[in-house]
Ligand binder design. Structure first.
Ligand SMILES: NC(=O)c1ccc[n+]([C@@H]2O[C@H](COP(=O)([O-])OP(=O)(O)OC[C@H]3O[C@@H](n4cnc5c(N)ncnc54)[C@H](O)[C@@H]3O)[C@@H](O)[C@H]2O)c1
Length: 362
């Protein structure tokens, strides 16, 4: 175990950076030494909010990468900038944590997988939902055999309204409305990435995907790709779906995005429900199990969505110290991206997309 802390630079101090900072600020094995944003006032404001008096403020990625006092870059940029930023960071010899989606096309993903697998330092694609404590609990119950073999996963993304939600800057919505910057719609491709990651996490690689993707006006006049229905098939006659419904008049409790997320996993011998994600519907139990003819509620589980970021970051810090593989590896992240892009393609062509023909060619 190395004794000196990993020196971290956060690249892109936008909306989500607050949740990435939490574990780096609290874990003695890490230290934030630089913040980079093309908007230096924003970076300075974050430095103040996070209590970082002597952190370096940079406006240019190249300047951060040239700094010898930076070991790890946490890349939190709009999606179309991900590949180039990761390539540059590899050239500079930095450890990388790159927010999902790893990039915006399979061609880009193949380049990134190839480069990362030839690189002699760790590269993590940051995915947090699979570290959300209720998801960890459900995974543990399944590993114990609580519902037998999982046969189906149903995932619901339910954006709504919330008086307690955090503010989302207009700039963070603006690039998401442009397909050439975001790579796909805000709910199916962007947030959907987490849901495809969950489906992959519990069920493995899908063989086929079919999608209906709707279009409706979201808050502040943005376009939401809802109502949408995406179904998938996994090998071994197992299935799943992601349903996205915008409920503009439904109030829910959250400190983050105004969205509820719910998952139901049905196995050969029982059912597990995961209630909540970004937000929660009142005080529903975070995990519920039906097995052996009875319902068991698991309530003693942290439900703050920020916990998924804390645990994902902690996992990486630990992995760096032990030399184990990060979750997600670039190769794993490509599988999730393939799933998300397959949904977009299916809706576009009006047909089922066979994902078996898009195996990793890197
Ligand atoms: N894991 C999750 O649940 C989750 C949630 C939200 C966002 N994200 C991901 O985090 C990333 C950032 O999203 P966000 O919502 O924070 O967006 P954002 O727009 O709020 O932040 C992006 C920041 O990057 C800065 N920036 C843009 N181009 C730059 C450049 N060339 N050099 C330096 N800075 C630049 C912008 O000024 C902005 O502050 C995306 O990959 C997104 O998908 C993940």
């Amino acid at each position: 175990m190395s004794s000196s802390p990993i020196r971290v630079a956060i690249i892109g101090t936008g909306r989500i950076s607050d949740l990435h900072a939490i574990e780096y600020l609290n874990n003695p094995a890490a230290k934030i030494v630089a913040l980079c944003d093309r908007d230096p006032e924003l970076a300075q404001t974050k430095a103040g909010a996070w209590g970082l008096a002597d952190v370096a403020i940079e406006t240019d990625l190249d300047a951060v990468l040239a700094r010898p006092d930076v070991d790890l870059v946490e890349i939190l940029l709009p999606h179309h900038l991900h590949l180039a930023a990761a390539q540059k960071a590899m050239k500079a010899g930095k450890i990388i944590s790159l927010q999902k989606p790893m990039c915006v096309s399979l061609e880009e993903a193949d380049k990134l997988v190839k480069a990362a697998e030839a690189y002699d330092r760790p590269v993590k694609i940051f995915e947090n939902f699979i570290f959300y404590p209720p998801v960890l609990k459900a995974k543990a119950l399944i590993a114990e055999g609580a519902i037998g073999t999982p046969l189906s996963i149903r995932i619901k993304s339910n954006p709504a309204k919330s008086a307690t939600a955090w503010e989302v800057p207009a700039a963070a919505n603006a690039w998401r409305q442009k397909a050439d910057q975001s790579g796909g719609g805000p709910l199916v491709f962007d947030d959907g990435h987490h849901k495809f990651a969950l489906a992959w996490h519990f069920m493995g690689d899908p063989d086929e995907v079919h999608a209906f993707i709707g279009d409706t006006e979201g808050p502040g006049g943005i376009r939401f790709d809802a109502q949408s229905q995406i179904s998938f098939r996994f090998p071994g006659n197992r299935i799943g779906n992601l349903e996205i419904v915008y409920s503009p008049d439904m109030e829910l409790a959250t400190r983050h995005y105004a969205q509820d997320d719910r998952v139901e996993i049905t196995g050969t011998g029982g059912v597990i429900w995961i209630n909540g994600g970004h937000g929660r519907l009142a005080d529903s139990a975070p995990v519920v199990l039906y097995s052996d003819g009875k319902i068991t509620e698991f309530r003693d589980i942290a439900t703050g969505w920020e916990q998924s970021f804390v645990l994902s970051t902690r996992h990486y810090i630990d992995a760096l110290q032990t030399g184990s593989a990060p979750i997600l590896t670039p190769r794993e992240a490509r599988q999730v991206l393939r799933f998300a892009l397959g949904a977009e393609e299916s809706a576009r062509i009006g047909k089922t997309v066979d994902l078996r023909s898009q195996r990793n060619s890197a």
